[in-house]
Write a protein that binds this ligand. Sequence first.
Ligand code: HEM
Length: 448
Amino acid sequence: MSRTTLPPRAPGPSVPGIIGRFIFKPRNFIRHLLDLTNQYGDTFLLPLTHPTFFLRNPEDIKYILLSNPLNYHKTGGLTAAADLLGEGLVSSEEPLHGKQRKLMQPMFHKSSIKGFTDVMVDCTNRHLADWKDGETIDLALEMMHLTISIAGLTLFSVDMYREGKSLGIEFATALKLVTRRQMAPPQMHHWLSLDNRYHESLRKIDEAIGKIISDHRNLPEDQRPNDLLAMILASKYEDGSSIPDKQVRDEVITIILAGHETVANHMNWTWYLLGKHPEVLDRMRREWDEALGDRTPAMEDMANLPYTNMVLAESMRLYPPAWTLARRVVEADRLPSGLEVRPGDELLMMQYVSHRNPAYFPDPEKFDPERFSPERRDSIPKYAYFPFGLGPRFCIGEGFAKLEAIILVVMIGRRFDFEQVRSGEAKLEPLITLRPRKGMPVIVHKRG
Ligand code: HEM
């Protein structure tokens, strides 16, 4: 008897029900999953090739991510990107993951991130200087270019969209191919020449990253730039050995990829929401005037911009750039809700859905930054709102991302207004990150 014909362990739609919903309206699948949660409750099962459970109960989520994480491995979505990411921090399992995380953690401490502020500001200034009053830009593309420039410069002192343009483009190509490989069944990859193009792209990336690493290594220590790669190369394991080159390559690529598209999408969705709520933007601008005057924000200012932080938190509630977490069960286990899980089961904990749980977020579709005010923030359980993940695999770049987001939103918001070209609700493209479908065209208005 096949696994999927065993009696169901949780409610959920039948196979014809799934086909009806997903195949005929594939673009809206993230909204289908939200509808299914509203219909079936905190746990439901989709009978796919592996039984796939959708979980929203904060206690189950806490158990999987924090209490018993070793029994729940990274899975599914990452397979398509396996050759690109290698065994970097996002995809590795224990014991490698713990060893690498320990080594890399200091590079993401406040004191290290603070050192990247000037690069973030300079890069943003240069980028914004190109925007002309009245022109139409694709904000999504612009944010991707800006954040990959910041990641490249802070990580290994290469501007991937200026001096090293081809590398930035190659990353974008590889990501696009990863996504297309994810969407197409493996049997179709060869036929669509997805494999050839992907491997060619990987070869170019490997060559370029290899050169950057060897150039760094060949510089005398006192001439090495103060970037993340220098920190990685200088760090040592407990036994005094250095990180092998292949591992450096995997970590560098992983951090560039994890660190740019997420922030870019966070900015896209924030500007989209602010476009619909100009009164929120006005209040943020007043806060910037009072707290900063003419200065650009620095790390120390973050605590003095409470309203801006509330807006960014609410933006990530409605549009979490990492919209789902996926794990595969290693050994049979029982979750706090009573659900029995079996080896090979897939578990999805979707921020997009959890962040709309009416039990904790009344009127969930409403953009309401006040939810994150000091008076109301504590009523939200930690495991119902998790844009940066939770437990030992939580985002190592959270501090980096928050600093970058504040710098970008203040610098852009002081100088520009955006007029959305498309009317109505933006369409979602839930790929590796949650993107706006077909970009986000806006007309740029320079502020006086
Ligand atoms: C708004 C921006 C960001 C969001 C929403 C975000 C979200 C996340 C989430 C949800 C995870 C956990 C994944 C899981 O448990 O399966 C994660 C992990 C990770 N993120 Fe981020 N991230 C952001 C920015 C960044 C930045 C800027 C960097 C690096 C500069 C980064 C590097 C990483 C890495 C390396 C991991 C893997 C950590 C581990 O498994 O130990 N992220 N991120």
